[in-house]
Design a protein around this ligand. Structure first.
Ligand code: THU
Length: 140
């Protein structure tokens, strides 16, 4: 799937964001190795800490459906009351969750401001020297 299409789906996912406390809406579109896409949005909580990021929502949806093989994720985010959005970088917790299920040397993370304005990184660039299932000598 083309990056542009995946970004489009991330924007679509953002529409469902539940972010009444931060007003910062995030959407993610996670691509499986066989071409399926799982969308996710951030889901906040009145007690704050249970908040789930868009990337993790997408990943948990996919893993709970039995998916284990992933090739890329597109992430978009920004304040709901501002038209312009900046790159929404995956937080450290989400990078770690991606590390659990994705090969850091091949998995692509696409952060986008629009379908035409985006940057792409390998997971290993965003989480260098990360701890992963490989360190537990246990391959997924
Ligand atoms: N957020 C995400 O959804 N993904 C990230 O990687 C960073 C932060 C959400 C969490 C919270 O609902 C809002 O953005 C502000 O932190």
């Amino acid at each position: 799937m083309e990056n542009k299409k995946l970004i489009e789906l991330a924007f679509e996912a953002r529409e469902a964001a539940y972010a009444p406390y931060s007003n910062f809406a995030v959407g993610a579109a996670l691509l499986t190795a066989d071409g399926k896409v799982y969308k996710g949005c951030n889901i906040e909580s009145a007690s704050y800490s249970p908040t789930n990021c868009g990337e993790r929502t997408a990943m948990f949806k996919a893993v709970s459906e039995g998916e284990r093989d992933f090739s890329a994720i597109a992430v978009v985010g920004g304040f709901l009351d501002r038209e312009k959005i900046d790159f929404a970088w995956p937080c450290g917790v989400c990078r770690q969750v991606l590390m659990e299920f994705c090969d850091p040397k091949t998995f692509r993370v696409i952060v986008a401001k629009s379908v035409d304005d985006y940057e792409e990184y390998l997971l290993e660039e965003l989480l260098p020297k990360g701890f992963s299932p490989r360190n537990m000598e246990k391959l997924i």
